[in-house]
Each structure stands twice: as C-alpha cells, then as structure tokens.
Design a protein around this ligand. Structure first.
Ligand SMILES: C[S@@+](CC[C@H](N)C(=O)[O-])C[C@H]1O[C@@H](n2cnc3c(N)ncnc32)[C@H](O)[C@@H]1O
Length: 280
C-alpha cells in the first residue's frame, strides 16, 4: 500500500506518519520515501489510529513521544509532554548558563523540577548541566525532581535511566518533604480549571486528573507553591512557572501578595503568555 492510500484510509495525516515512524523504527523523512507499506504494518497502523480517534493519546498507544527533540517514555500515569513546555526549558537553560558565569551561594548549583511527571524538564536540563560540567569541572549541578504520584515518579525514573540523567526523585506533596535551597525552581503544575478539563480536547480525558486539575480557578498550585517557596530559594534564586495563556496577571498578583519582587512574562510560539519567572 502507498503512504497516500494509508493516510486516505485513516483520515489522519500526522498520526499516520508518527505511527509508521514507530512501527518501522524509521526517521520521519524516511517514512515519506517508503514505496510500499506491507499489509501487516498497514493493518497495525490502522488499528492504532482507530484507538487514537476514539480518544486515547497517541503517546500512550506508542509508549513514547518526543520532547525537545528527545524521546521519552510515556504511560497513562503521566501527562503527555506538550511542546509549549519547551519554552520553559529554553528559559531555564538561559538562566543556568548565565548563572554558570555568576556562580551560586550553593557549592553545587541546585535545580528543582517540581511536579515533574515523566521528568521531561529536569532530564532535558540534565543534558545542559552535564555539558557545562564537562567543559568546566568546577561547575557542579544537582537536579531534584518531585511528584506526588508514585506512578509518575516510576516513569520519571525510567526516563532518567534512558537518558543517563543523574536526578534525585522525591515523593512529596509539593514542597512539604523538600529540603534545601534552590537556585532554580522550574514547575509545570496542574493549571486547568476543573470545569474546563476535556472541554476542548477529548484526549485530555485519558490523562491523569491530578496532572491537570488546578482547582476552580486553575490557580490552586501557584498559590500553594508561592506561599512556601521563598524559604527554598537562594538569594538569586528564581521560580519559573508554566502558566495557562490567560493566567499571567493572576499569577503575578499572587507573587506580589507573597512579597516576591520581580515577575516577567514570556510568550510561546503562538504568541500566548506561557511562562512567568519570579524572583525573591
Ligand atoms: C501538568 S503535569 C506536568 C508534568 C511534567 N512536568 C510535564 O511538564 O509534562 C503536573 C504534575 O504535577 C503532579 N502533581 C499534582 N499534584 C501534586 C502535588 N500536590 N505535589 C507534587 N506533584 C503534584 C502530577 O502528578 C503531574 O505529574
């Protein structure tokens, strides 16, 4: 069967390409060069895409997805990584690089990935930290990743092992069982308003509720974290939150109420507010 025929049959262009990459263990560009897709592969692809069309995220069906150009294990215990979160990783990388010139009051630069889920943020940052350390042995980094779901932490552990990332995994209700001061606290908390969950997107209904539900106004986790985070930050420490596109003003207000000094808002590729950075 030709690729065009298979796409016509599934009615799903992008999903078909992704499924074929997975089944044939092929690079995306090579999928377009395949002259003939075998009957058994086409049958399997159609079966997977049928389940996808019924509302199961493709990442769960394939067991993995790509984030920041790297492959991560994904199960129904974790949120499917979103490309929007790459904005947060890019900003975190810039801060880590800038701080590598300034130094830290900690002997080892401390990074906290709070609400880590599959571990994509902390593990992506581990690549940069390893590279910086490799180039200057005096620079040392420690990454701690926290979640309140043991199942999510198990997936994060698998991903850390897959990527040879040396990360401390901690089971904690937000910062309750977290100790020490951090130079950088990155966090993509649950921030969807309870009533909005699954309204725009049926696939979201298969994701863990606790990875999405930010309470009535979506701000529950920002309030809780900002109420206690200050004592976990170094003098030049920074919090970086992913936010919903319409939450910047509210999160800034909460930060100011808790006495934080500087809040900056950054946009995603669709020009929507996506990240806020907050300083002590
Ligand atoms: C939006 S997901 C983010 C996952 C991952 N960081 C990402 O960007 O794909 C939020 C995560 O927060 C975790 N979580 C929910 N309540 C929590 C709590 N009280 N303490 C710590 N983590 C929590 C969920 O289990 C979920 O993994």
């Amino acid at each position: 069967m030709k690729l065009a025929q298979l796409i016509a049959q599934t009615g799903e262009h992008e999903a078909t390409i992704q499924v074929l990459c997975h089944l044939l263990e092929a690079e995306r560009t090579n999928v377009f060069l395949i002259k003939d897709i075998s009957e058994s592969v086409a049958k399997e692809a159609i079966k997977i895409i049928d389940q996808y069309k019924k509302g199961t995220p493709l990442a769960y069906l394939l067991g993995s997805t790509y984030f920041y150009n790297r492959k991560f294990i994904v199960t129904p215990a974790v949120l499917v990584p979103r490309h929007d979160t790459e904005v947060l990783v890019e900003l975190a990388e810039k801060k880590i690089i800038a701080d590598s010139l300034l130094g830290s009051e900690n002997p080892t630069y401390q990074i906290l990935d709070l609400c880590c889920g599959s571990g994509i943020i902390g593990i992506s940052l581990a690549y940069l930290c390893d590279w910086l350390h490799h180039n200057n042995r005096e620079l040392r980094y420690e990454i701690t990743a926290v979640d309140y779901s043991p199942e999510a932490l198990a997936v994060a552990a698998q991903n850390a092992s897959l990527h040879h990332a040396d990360i401390n995994l901690v089971y904690s209700d937000l910062l309750e069982d977290v100790h020490g001061k951090f130079d950088l606290l990155v966090c993509n908390p649950p921030y969807v308003r309870t009533a909005d969950i699954g309204v725009e997107d049926k696939w979201v209904l298969k994701e863990p509720h606790m990875a999405l539900d930010g309470g009535i106004d979506g701000l529950y986790f920002y309030r809780r974290i900002l109420a206690t985070a200050k004592k976990h930050l170094t003098t030049h420490g920074m919090i970086m939150f992913e936010i919903g596109y319409d939450q910047a003003a509210a999160v800034e207000q909460i930060a100011l109420e808790h006495g934080y000094s500087m809040v900056k808002v950054y946009k995603d590729l669709a020009n929507r507010n996506r990240v806020v950075t907050i300083r002590v």
